[in-house]
Design a protein around this ligand. Structure first.
Ligand SMILES: C[S@@+](CC[C@H](N)C(=O)[O-])C[C@H]1O[C@@H](n2cnc3c(N)ncnc32)[C@H](O)[C@@H]1O
Length: 225
């Protein structure tokens, strides 16, 4: 599976939006590992929170389209498949759209906080939900900007943005929907698993990797069958 072309993003852009890094590439590797399972649920709506450069949504949209082509359902499912992304950073929203176009996929990128304004419309409809959140442990005062700091500033335990999103996950996921999220050890993945288990979502770990001081994991949540 090929990494999307992001050569249009300049170093000036990267002073304003998140430059794909180890966490982004671990996320791509996890989605590649999961692609058969993702295909099996025939996703119609994919939603990424915090798309940044757009690399993750573009990667998945391209792959779903290619796989569909190979099973000749392209025309039917291509019309149905919708890939939405949100970001709180206006520059990230416009770059996400360009990244999609440059790679031949159409992404509906929306400037909003998490899923504000979209949650009702997407209720129980999201088949693939993705979030590489701002997970770094920082002072709480750093959380809440719409600039580059929003890429990493996670506040106490790196969980302040994650914690706001967790209650929305069971509301958004379709019956067969899957939620993938990047975390570090300091976010306490087991506690996240226990919070979502109260809504009937079961956690597993798709991939883990050490990157410098960070121990990264990609978590997966699905409804218990
Ligand atoms: C770690 S970056 C990930 C970017 C990209 N998905 C990737 O993997 O390379 C986190 C992204 O989340 C966005 N973000 C942070 N807080 C957000 C919020 N409350 N609502 C929407 N997006 C948010 C940031 O602007 C940033 O683009």
């Amino acid at each position: 599976m090929s990494t999307p072309d992001i050569s249009h993003i300049s170093s000036e852009d990267y002073s304003l939006i998140y430059e794909p890094a180890e966490d982004s590439f671990l996320f791509l590797d996890a989605l590649e590992k999961e692609i058969n399972e993702i295909q099996e649920i025939r996703p119609q709506i994919c939603l990424e929170i915090g798309s940044g450069s757009g690399i993750v949504s573009t990667f998945l949209a391209k792959e779903i389209r290619l796989q569909l082509l190979s099973i000749i359902l392209f025309i039917i499912v291509c019309f149905l498949y919708i890939d939405r992304c949100t970001d709180i950073n206006p520059r990230a929203v416009s770059i996400t759209k360009t990244t999609g176009l440059k790679n031949g996929v159409s992404l509906e990128a929306v400037l909003t906080d998490l899923v504000d304004g979209l949650a009702e419309r997407l209720k129980k409809k999201v088949d693939i939900l993705l979030f590489n959140p701002p997970y770094v442990v920082t002072p709480s005062e750093e959380v809440g900007s719409s600039g580059i700091e929003a890429s990493w500033a996670g506040g106490a335990n790196g969980r302040e943005v994650i914690n706001r999103f967790l209650p929305l996950v069971p509301e958004l996921l379709s019956n067969t929907g899957i939620f993938y999220m990047v975390v570090i050890k300091e976010n306490n993945p087991d506690e996240i698993g226990s919070i979502l288990s109260k809504s009937g979502l079961k956690m597993s770990t798709v991939l883990e990797r050490r990157s410098g001081p960070e121990f990264l994991s990609v978590l997966k949540f699905m409804r218990e069958s």
